[in-house]
Design a protein around this ligand. Structure first.
Ligand SMILES: *Cc1c(COP(=O)(O)O)cnc(C)c1O
Length: 431
């Protein structure tokens, strides 16, 4: 190499190296300029599906919903599937069938979306929170039994983020203590526990097809069950207490109109043609991302519990430790990460501390049911230190960020490493 070429090459290398290691928040080039894959995925297949419902003039629950239910039941290996208006409606229907009412206690995790406990509160029942396992982000099954009282009727454990809670442990406790298990699988389509689909283990399993979920029709939901009696009661409940769509005006139970339309049924059938391949992409990308992230000090990816043989990765979750990033708070880290082109989310707030829950239990109706003594006990049981800490440490990447090429994972890891290498300077800039 001639001297002039050498100088030029070195200068270029210096010019290139310097900005590339400068975090975007300090004026450097971001690790990533392009966007992550958009969601939902939709093609002519969806257009045709919707058009055919439109032209059929049968827009409410009909053939498309029936077909979706059969397909989803067979996919999950269960006898029955009932499509409903949304995931919250699947929980409301399940609790309605079980006759949950004022004074009953229902065990719930604290690290979940609010719908899990809204379903309980709407019946005037008492949600009893159980702490979270920080390693897996799932309900800590070791703490469930202590939360059971003679008033406990059901447990609604959540398969969080596409993973699974410890199904064996929960079923064992539930059977021994005679409480019903309603699996909230709203985030875990296709996830498996010991080779069998989650949602198929409890008396019922609840799913959501809301826009952000891995299977989506804008708004939608379903419950699955192997119990024919439960299914028939659930059907009636979601149909304003009418046992079958052909029955006249006589009612065997209360209920509501929680039916899904054929537009949504058709959309779901089209979306399901891609569900498996999308799940495989997420799995492969998540596994690769984990091998990189677990090498970064202060980044602890959520562990998939041992029995969870398939993780659907609705969320890619990890814990962030500021001590390994020069004391930079999580919000600052997320800001720096976003400027590198990597959007991260700080996840759930401690649900058990939401003031509206206590307010609901002590309002006019609540006060008729729950004595001051019972509310005092609830307050005492409601301290969940592990969950409080986890809520401060958690970072999520959403499922759509796992749908692109492997290079996207490299970008995510590299952005975190770059912020760590420059943590002190980034922290100073944030201050
Ligand atoms: C999304 C979700 C729900 C509610 O589903 P919707 O379809 O939005 O009503 C319930 N539980 C969990 C864990 C969820 O993530």
């Amino acid at each position: 190499m001639k001297r002039r070429e050498f100088v030029a090459a070195t200068a270029a290398a210096v010019l290139y190296a310097a900005p590339s290691d400068t975090p975007a928040i300090l004026g450097g080039a971001p690790v990533r300029a392009q966007k992550f894959p958009s969601w939902p995925v939709s093609t002519e297949q969806e257009e045709q599906a919707l058009l055919s419902v439109l032209r059929s003039k049968h827009w409410n629950r009909g053939g498309a919903v029936d077909k979706f239910e059969k397909t989803y039941a067979s996919l999950t290996g269960t006898k029955h599937c009932l499509a409903v208006a949304n995931g919250t409606a699947s929980l409301i229907t399940s609790l309605g069938v079980l006759g949950i009412g004022p004074g009953d206690e229902v065990i719930v995790p604290a690290y979940t979306f609010v719908a899990t406990i809204n379903a309980v509160l709407l019946y005037g029942a008492m949600p009893v929170f159980v702490d979270t396992d920080a390693e897996t982000f799932q309900i800590d099954h070791r703490k469930i039994e202590a939360a059971i009282t003679p008033r406990t009727v059901a447990i609604i454990p959540v398969h969080l983020g596409g993973g699974s809670f410890d199904v064996d442990a929960v079923l064992e406790i539930a059977q021994r203590r005679k409480v019903v298990v309603i699996e909230d699988a709203c985030q875990s389509h296709l996830a498996e526990w010991k080779g069998r689909k989650v949602g198929s283990y409890g008396t019922t399993g609840c799913f959501s097809f809301q826009a952000s979920k891995n299977l989506n029709c804008g708004e939608g939901g379903a419950l699955i069950t192997n119990d024919t009696d439960f299914y028939e009661k659930a059907f009636a409940f979601h149909n304003n207490g009418r046992p079958s769509s052909s029955s006249r005006f006589s009612y065997g139970s209360p209920g509501a109109n929680l039916r899904l339309t054929d537009f949504q049924g058709a959309l779901l059938l089209a979306q399901m043609s891609r569900l498996e391949s999308q799940a495989r992409t997420r799995e492969t990308n998540a596994a690769y991302l984990t091998t990189m992230l677990r090498e970064i000090p202060g980044i602890a990816p959520a562990k998939t519990p041992v029995g969870c043989t398939r993780n659907a990765y609705h969320l890619y979750m990890f814990r962030y430790d500021p001590a390994q990033f020069a004391g930079m708070e999580r919000e600052g880290f997320l800001k720096a990460l976003k400027l590198e082109g990597i959007p991260g989310d700080d996840g759930y707030e401690p649900l058990n501390r939401e003031a509206f829950i206590r307010a609901k239990l002590t309002d006019r109706g609540g006060a008729r049911v729950y004595s001051k003594e019972r509310i005092r006990e609830w307050d005492e049981r409601n301290a969940l230190p592990v969950n409080d800490k986890l809520c401060k440490e958690a970072v999520w990447f959403t499922q759509t960020m796992l749908l692109g090429p492997r290079a996207d994972m490299d970008h995510m890891a590299e952005a975190i490493r770059k912020i760590q290498r420059n943590a002190a300077a980034v922290k100073a800039k944030l201050a």
